[in-house]
Design a protein around this ligand. Sequence first.
Ligand code: MLT
Length: 422
Amino acid sequence: SGELSYGGTSLDLKVTTATEGASGLDISKLLGTTGMVTLDPGYTNTGSTTSKITYIDGDAGILRYRGYPIDQLAQQSTFIETAYLLIYGELPSASDLESFTSRISRHTLLHEDLKRFFDGFPRDAHPMPVLSSSVSALSTFYQDSLDPFNPEQVELSTIRLLAKLPTLAAYAYRKSIGQPLLYPDNSLGLVENFLRMSFGFPAEPYVVDPKLARALDQLLILHADHEQNCSTSTVRLVGSAHANMFVSVAAGINALYGPLHGGANEAVLQMLSSIRSEGGDISSFVKRVKNKEPGVKLMGFGHRVYKNYDPRAALVKATADEILASLGGDDELLDLAKQLEEIALSDEYFIERKLYPNVDFYTGLIYKAMGFPTKMFTVLFAIGRLPGWIAQWREMINDPMTKIGRPRQVYTGYPERAYTPA
Ligand code: MLT
């Protein structure tokens, strides 16, 4: 007999011979040269890496980048400063920040041929695959910064990615609405430039709303890293094969495109809209959730690691209030969201299950009020998450303990079968 741990629970396996069980499991191989294997789909309970970047205590509702609490960064820092902190490990001095910012603004332009790349996509293309393809394509246009072990090249690809992703994201958006692409204006900051390239018109000056720019900057900070989530571990895994930073990050963008990772805020908006169209009765919706009615789910609540209020959610809620008040937006949906939060947070059913609003609960409402269509929500997430992906990729490459990733599998199929032609 042998013992196999499944998702943190030990299972006893009865085996019929010393080497092969009824299920086809070869326990001697399992316990062989590599030691005990824990079957833990999706790494629910096992660590897959060490990291010095982001700390999360899901029980206490704590999130820190490099030791600094997320609320302090969101309220007092800027996205560029937070990116520097995540990537280099320390807050920048005033002159570090100035040179980092000016290096980024010098690299916002794209190679002219890369712009033509956008012509090939269909008009109704979703901007996420357009973004991931164009980020992969950066490795064909900028071949002088691909070596993962050349610190100057890593530095150059870091700056290029930070600078060009907002340009690519805005182009992916303009493409999807059939509007001409705008060149970046490097007199503007990263967020202002992105807003102008997304919403501006070629011959007209674009007046940046400082409240809008600050709110977006803050949301990008809140999304800048979140330790080993699906896209980040994808970036590390792909990078562990010594794939360059551009293609590793493109893999992360594709992971984020998956609705379970990046699609939650869109799902929240859909839920709120359907509550409204069915008469706006929150109590009856909550009852249907508790009765587990098919197709009725409380979206934007709960998180794999948080058994407490997601610290990002409180900040996002305050931003939702400010932005909808200043830009105007769907107040009705915001009211429904608040009522839902209030009812759910005072209901034993949700309290027992430790279901609190997560970061996605209000972001869709904010992005909508800012003028972004739902298909841009994951793109905004990707712009925010980029510094985290870069920091994690660099940490992985610089760690002498890193080997090419190779998650173990536990075989549960047939034992050997003799082939007989049909
Ligand atoms: C994130 O910010 O990446 C999401 O909350 C998903 C996660 O952490 O699993």
